[in-house]
Ligand binder design. Structure first.
Ligand SMILES: *Cc1c(COP(=O)(O)O)cnc(C)c1O
Length: 429
């Protein structure tokens, strides 16, 4: 695509965008009676308008049937969790059997590490990103300690080279090889939350398996953002949250993937609950846990229906659109943002503006992270004053994510125009 820095061009792109009508499926926060320029779908996705009706349906069942709602109404709650597997599986490139929606992300990370971090005296290390999302750091640290190891020794953090901002793929592969014999688990984000770097998941998975390690991914910033093929890539396990790119509301339910190779292995150790127990026997209330086949065998509790209803509304939208169409628009939209930001850098060389997200499309999702030393906070405040909702990370990074389901090329154009204004004002001081 040949991009131009003009409002006309942005409007023309919107007019040609086949996904443009989906913008109207979402509620936008307002600023001076206009839609905000919302760029924080990487943190909390916007509310689909249909959510209210989906929640209302379950409230109505409760109101009408009480406990019988487990068997009555449009979506009997007894089977509610089953409404999700197929739809969620399409988003992460899995078989329905390999996916279950349950709990929250960090909880699931722990449950999966119970099964997949099985250290021995000689093979006990975990390779992860340096500066991973704090919850992942704490989860890994506490798991390592739980097994009697020392975090500083057992956790290998991958960090960029001196002066660089993201990890080189070859360095990741090399670290896996160098530490292979001692590594029990490789646990990376699919897309790094800070830089927006999308890792080469299939090659990393292969490299991990080649040295005899288990490979899992935290897809919090990847699910619904980039197309992944967990089954074909042979990933061992993965988990993700639903409130970021999957637009399912604050604290919404999380997803879990367990590869078929493991999913039907009842011998894998796990923390069990009655909803993971063989459903044909579940209500016989007998002793002796027999896991369900598939990822469903990791469930603990009966479905959190009220929290899951918004997720269903959102997954139905994803189902209509499909990841290939979403990704196609996402590449164009983020490509446009990257083009405009590169112009801005050129125009204000003194500003110190640096994009820390990889420039190649196959190494990023929709997020762009801007490093703005010294003036970052002032620039961010100028955006806020003018109706932009973006994300500020101390000490000097602004993260913006143009989301293909509801952001427009015009949104992107205005964002960069406001950045241009801010940098112009600060330049003159
Ligand atoms: C958003 C995010 C989390 C949040 O965890 P919750 O358990 O949902 O609160 C964890 N890890 C990563 C990588 C994230 O991006």
């Amino acid at each position: 695509m040949h991009y131009q820095n003009s409002l006309d061009f942005a409007k023309k792109c919107d007019a040609q965008d086949v996904l443009a009508p989906y913008r109207n499926e979402f509620h936008f926060p307002q600023h001076q009676n206009q839609n905000c320029y919302y760029f924080t779908g990487n943190s909390l996705g916007l509310m689909p308008k249909k959510v209210r009706a989906y929640v209302e349906t379950e409230l109505k069942s409760w109101e009408t049937y009480g406990v019988e709602g487990h068997f009555e109404g449009p979506n009997p709650w007894m089977h509610y969790h089953k409404l999700f597997s197929e739809k969620a599986a399409k988003i992460v490139g899995a078989k329905p059997l390999e996916v279950v929606v349950m709990n929250t992300l960090t909880t699931n990370l722990h449950l999966l590490m119970v099964s997949f971090y099985r250290p021995s005296a000689t093979r006990y290390k975990i390779i992860m990103e340096g500066g991973a999302f704090p919850s992942d750091q704490y989860a890994v640290e506490s798991q390592v300690k739980f097994h009697g190891f020392i975090p500083d020794d057992a956790i290998i953090e991958l960090v960029p080279r001196e002066g660089e901002v993201h990890l080189r793929h070859d360095d990741i592969l090399q670290a896996i090889q160098e530490n292979g014999a001692e590594t029990a688990l490789l646990m990376l984000g699919g897309v790094n939350y800070y830089t927006g770097q999308w890792f080469n998941m299939p090659e990393i998975t292969q490299a991990g398996h080649d040295v005899g390690a288990v490979v899992g991914f935290d897809l919090a910033h990847a699910a619904g953002n980039v197309p992944v093929q967990l089954h074909d890539w042979n990933v061992d396990f993965a988990c993700w949250c639903s409130y970021k790119y999957l637009n399912s509301g604050p604290g919404g339910p999380a997803g879990v993937f367990v590869h078929e190779r493991h999913a039907n292995n009842p011998a894998l150790p796990r923390f069990a609950g009655w909803w993971g127990h063989d459903e044909s026997e579940r209500f016989k209330m007998r002793k002796g846990f027999q896991p369900m086949q598939g990822a469903a065998g990791w469930q603990l509790s009966n479905a959190q229906v009220m929290a899951m209803a918004p997720h269903l509304a959102s997954l139905d939208l994803f189902d209509q659109v499909g990841m290939p169409a979403l990704r196609a628009k996402s590449e164009q939209l983020t490509g446009y943002l990257a083009f405009l930001l590169a112009e801005l850098q050129h125009k204000f060389p003194q500003s110190g503006l640096r994009i820390i997200t990889p420039t190649k499309a196959h190494e990023r999702g929709c997020q762009q992270s801007m490093l703005l030393p010294t003036i970052g906070r002032q620039v961010f405040e100028h955006l806020q004053k003018n109706g932009v909702i973006a994300d500020w990370r101390e000490p000097d990074v602004i993260r913006v994510a143009p989301v293909p389901l509801y952001n427009s090329f015009e949104d992107v154009y205005h964002l960069v125009k406001l950045l241009d204004e801010a940098l112009g004002m600060l330049d003159n001081k």
